[in-house]
Ligand binder design. Structure first.
Ligand SMILES: [Zn+2]
Length: 393
């Protein structure tokens, strides 16, 4: 067993030259189905005969759901993104991948990937959710809890596509709250990985073990660029979820959760990690090098842990003009995205006060020697994020 990356050079090249093939037409997360279709159209032209795009059904509101097929190899690799409409990071990474293939058709790595694997890609499985930038479908259903009842057309499309092709390997592409850390490290989890359990006992079989090897290879790739920022997602069995069931139905499945990164609200660095990570692993699947990874790099990942705030003002003196004694406290603030007629912007909400020394933060502001008028906000208050700096005296 090795814990070395099989093709570190290819991975490094993908990372270092990313700006030359990044799909620049998308630069923010709130793109919708119509834009995606326009982009797929232009990528189809640049990919020539290397891609087929087939409408395989419609969403609840009848937006098209499409299957992209690249390659002619015997190892089928299935990817689906944005089952949750407000989780678009991987969809952007997939467009980058298509652009990379278009620009590097004749490279040895692309030829190897396309001759050994068949990539089956459903980008934006939940276009109605994407339209509203919400998690759930237009029927208000969480598609990721509909794998058994199959009441949504989106869920039926996902299951029937898996059943039709019976792919060897699958990637279930999501975004998570950017406030998770890697174990107790205080490091933000930029990406969390999971080889989902297929039963309550969380036992291993050949299918899940292969998923763990793929996840291990991905861990080794991501460690090159974000070492200490990769976590393992909770592996409790969820009988209604797709990842767990697709594992059970025989496709070795890896969940990729795009998390958070400092000063990256649009998740552009995480999009890059999705692109570089997946392309590297496609190559490793094509050469079957990942089979030598073993499962240790994945097994040893610390758990995804929720103990991060956006901002903590540390040890500030809270003053109470009504006569209560001053106290020293840490103040935690989370940013919330607000959309209104003026556009999209961020507000902060004070979410905790007191000794917060066990928590991490994307930004820590020293409050030592400074005071904050405790009547200027209440716990749970919304305030413009920068206000906290203005309020500090
Ligand atoms: Zn999700």
């Amino acid at each position: 067993m090795t814990t070395q990356l099989a093709d570190a050079q290819f991975t490094k090249k993908l990372f270092d030259t990313y700006d030359s093939y990044k799909f620049n037409e998308i630069s923010s997360r709130r793109f919708k189905h119509a834009e995606l279709m326009t982009h797929l159209d232009s990528l189809k032209k640049s990919l020539g005969g290397l891609i087929t795009i087939e409408q395989i059904g419609g969403s609840g509101e009848n937006r098209s759901i499409n299957l992209l097929t690249l390659g002619t190899g015997k190892t089928k690799v299935f990817l689906w993104s944005q089952m949750h409409g407000d989780e678009p990071t991987a969809t952007m990474g997939l467009l980058d991948i298509l652009n990379y293939v278009a620009q590097n058709k004749n490279s040895a790595e692309v030829k190897k990937i396309l001759s050994e694997t068949t990539l089956l890609i459903i980008p934006m499985l939940n276009p109605d959710g994407a339209e509203r930038f919400q998690r759930r479908s237009s029927h208000g259903i969480d598609i990721n809890r509909d794998a058994l009842r199959l009441q949504t057309s989106e869920a039926r499309i996902l299951k029937s596509t898996r059943d039709k092709y019976n792919p060897e390997i699958g990637f279930n592409l999501h975004d998570q709250d950017p406030r998770y850390t890697v174990g107790e490290s205080g490091n933000v989890a930029v990406i969390s990985l999971l080889a989902p359990a297929y039963n309550v006992e969380k036992t291993d079989n050949a299918v899940r073990t292969r998923a763990k090897k793929v996840a291990s290879e991905l861990t080794l790739v991501l460690n090159q660029f974000a070492n200490g920022h990769i976590a393992k997602y909770d592996d409790a069995f969820e009988p209604r979820a797709f990842g767990d069931n697709i594992q059970k139905w025989g496709t070795s499945t890896v969940l990729i959760e795009s998390g958070g990164w400092k000063d990256d609200p649009e998740k552009m660095f995480i999009r890059k990690l999705n692109c570089v990570g997946l392309l590297s692993v496609f190559h490793s699947i094509a050469t079957r090098a990942y089979e030598k990874s073993g499962t240790a790099p994945y097994d040893n990942l610390p758990m995804n842990t929720k103990n991060l705030y956006d901002i903590i003002v540390e040890k500030v003196t809270l003053k109470f003009p009504d006569g209560r004694a001053s106290i020293i406290a840490d103040v935690a603030i989370n940013k919330e995205e607000v959309r209104d007629s003026t556009g999209t912007w961020w507000k902060g909400r004070v979410v905790d006060l007191g000794d917060l020394s066990v928590f991490g933060a994307h930004e820590k502001i020293s409050g030592e020697g400074k005071t904050l008028d405790a009547t200027s906000f209440e716990l749970g208050d919304m305030l413009k994020v920068d206000d906290v700096r203005i309020l500090l005296k």
